[in-house]
Design a protein around this ligand. Structure first.
Ligand code: FE2
Length: 273
């Protein structure tokens, strides 16, 4: 089969941990957008959800930092954070080990990726999964892009990763949904936490929706750090999804800057042909 859904969303822990601190009208829009995506994923009838996220020193550390990693396990436990703080109960997320291995074999034709048989999910995975798969009833294949520790993978290589994901989906007889989670501008765990550069975010989302490769890759890490903070490096997850759906254009379902969530809350999807 192939790719049956491609979308992106925010994963800031404040979305669940401090949900009541958004303005009521923003909260309504954000909740409605996640609900819309929940239904869109269900309507696409996927066999698995491949989640491209930016891990945050929960599994990968400076002793060994892969640019790209794919989970190949029977299950994943999360959240690694305090469930009471994150307001997400711990659960065991089903994996898709055989399918992950199959996809990896195709991806490796074009991109070098690490693979992992152990992986604990942090908020980067668990906030979207909690909101989008409340019944925990769809196998998940995690993909991590190093958005954390320099040297970061170049955006062109991230785009190539997305193309490799698509090629692997096309080669599989399974129906696969792809979700990118992260960014856009944010300054987590710094004195600037809560700062949001909405203009920069909107410009990036416009480029994402046009799915114009050259415009998406036209960011230097120095520019991103200046305009989008260190959290802005997570644009990589969105770029990978855009590359996986290269022939599609996107639609922004929600963009609500919420300082209490420390991010511009984004939910967006590619229009699948
Ligand atoms: Fe993040």
């Amino acid at each position: 089969m192939s790719l049956v859904f491609a979308g992106v969303c925010s994963h800031g822990p404040g979305i669940t941990a401090r949900s009541e601190r958004a303005a009521p009208e923003s909260k309504l829009k954000i909740d409605a957008a996640y609900a819309r995506m929940r239904e869109a994923i269900r309507a696409a009838r996927p066999d698995a959800l491949l989640v491209v996220s930016a891990e945050h020193f929960a599994n990968f550390f400076m002793n060994n930092m892969p640019s790209f990693a794919v989970g190949m396990a029977d299950y994943y436990d999360g959240p690694i954070e305090d469930p009471e703080w994150l307001r997400i109960p711990r659960r065991r997320v089903p994996g898709a080990k055989a399918l992950a291995r199959e996809l990896l074999a195709t991806m490796m034709q074009d991109v070098d990726v690490a693979f992992c048989e152990e992986w604990k999910f942090d908020h980067g995975m668990m906030v979207p999964l909690h909101l989008l798969l409340p019944d925990n009833d769809l196998p998940v294949i995690p993909v991590n892009i190093n958005c954390q520790a320099a040297p970061l993978p170049p955006l062109a290589r991230v785009h190539a990763l997305g193309q490799a994901i698509r090629k692997a989906c096309d080669a599989s007889d399974k129906r696969i949904a792809v979700l990118g989670t992260g960014g856009i501008s944010h300054w987590p765990c710094t004195p600037d936490s809560g700062r949001i550069n909405a203009d920069w975010d909107r410009e990036f989302l416009a480029r994402w929706a046009r799915n114009e490769r050259s415009a998406l890759l036209d960011y230097t890490d120095a520019d991103t750090y200046r305009d989008g903070g260190q959290g802005g490096f997570e644009i990589r997850t969105y770029i990978a999804v855009a590359a996986a759906a290269a022939e599609c254009q996107g639609e922004i379902w929600c963009y609500e800057p919420v300082p209490a969530f420390a991010c511009g809350c984004t939910v967006a999807a590619m229009s699948m042909a």
